[in-house]
Design a protein around this ligand. Structure first.
Ligand code: PRP
Ligand code: MN
Ligand code: MG
Length: 180
């Protein structure tokens, strides 16, 4: 793969714009769960950066955990089969759970995880995602909290990678399709 400098990729959302949206989401979640405590469940690896910021933008009591799922050959012929690679460390039965993702794309990852989480009988289950690409959806699933809804463009940064690179880029940038 060709790794062009991130500085050559057009900024879609700046660090400041992301910060403002994450703070707004945190405030909304704090209102919705006033007096409760929350378990945030991040989906490795992409969600790590958003979860770190979101957890600190939520004023109500919260803890976090991570799950990892296998990637299923995106863009190529896909079976849509998702496999759990790393399970929850903490029990979520009776807890208010918010699954945290960097991006909701086809929906296959989150619909698998939602089913899996519901088997643990949480008190409630919601989804927070930094980005939503509604036109890419293959299975019906919607997030409860979304920072930005975007068209079908390849994005990097703020946790999102191209061949594992660019996750540490502070803003969200468009990666040229011809390079991907
Ligand atoms: C990406 C992204 C979501 C998932 C969304 O993860 O972080 O987890 O794909 O796609 P979907 O809605 O089509 O299922 P990826 O598998 O690239 O792993 P990563 O988070 O480690 O980059
Ligand atoms: Mn991911
Ligand atoms: Mg990825």
């Amino acid at each position: 793969p060709t790794f062009i400098p991130a500085s050559q990729c057009e900024v879609l959302f700046s660090e400041q714009e992301i910060h403002a949206r994450v703070q707004a989401l945190g405030a909304e979640i704090s209102r919705d769960y006033a007096g409760e405590s929350i378990v945030l469940v991040g989906v490795l690896k992409g969600a790590a950066i958003f979860l770190a910021d979101l957890a600190r933008a939520i004023a109500v009591d919260n803890t976090f955990d991570f799950v990892a799922v296998s990637s299923y050959g995106k863009g190529k012929t896909s079976t849509g089969a998702v496999k759990l690679i790393k399970d929850l460390d903490v029990p979520i039965e009776g807890k208010h759970v918010i699954v945290v993702e960097d991006i909701l794309d086809t929906g296959l990852t989150l619909s698998y995880l939602r089913k899996m989480m519901l088997q643990h009988k949480p008190a409630s289950l919601k989804i927070a995602t930094c980005l939503d690409k509604p036109e890419r959806r293959l299975v019906p699933i919607e997030a409860d909290y979304v920072c930005f809804s975007i068209p079908n463009r390849f994005v990097i940064g703020y946790g999102m990678d191209f061949a594992e690179k660019y996750r540490n880029v502070v803003d969200i940038r468009l990666f040229p399709e011809e390079m991907a």
